[in-house]
Design a protein. Sequence first.
Length: 169
Amino acid sequence: MKNILPLILILNFSSLFSQSKENKLELNDTWFGGETENNGKPVIIRGRQHLKNFIDSKQYTEHVEFVWTFETETENGVPTPEENIFMQKVEDALIKNLESDLQSVLTIVYTHDGIRSSIFYTKSVPEFLKRINKALSEFKKLPIEITNGKDIEWELYTGILKSYELEPK
């Protein structure tokens, strides 16, 4: 019996540690929104400000930018209502495939001058690409371009927040 007790304690400590790590990376799905102007056209932004726990985790070391060029844009550079609805369906499919286990997290979406750009942070670009291929397989060919880069300190995300006088929480 004396040999079993230390093993049980080790298992319990391990269990407590993994629970606290999972809780630390809980996703707060509160979004902010704003609008500004560039060259006389609106710039619409929405994003998650409550991602400091993801930044601090150091698990999400790359950003992936998903840029969609509108098929039909309105005079002020935003998508038509029909295209906007379709874009939301695509975004919902991406979130379902990428965020279900927090492999990647959508951080910022901005729309301006004929494009919508969605910025994700990910644990693995190859896994991200595998998952978006699965998510997008149900849709026709989309007018998108995907770029990525190392960003261990989340400089892209924090820079965008700062331009709107916001800080990660």
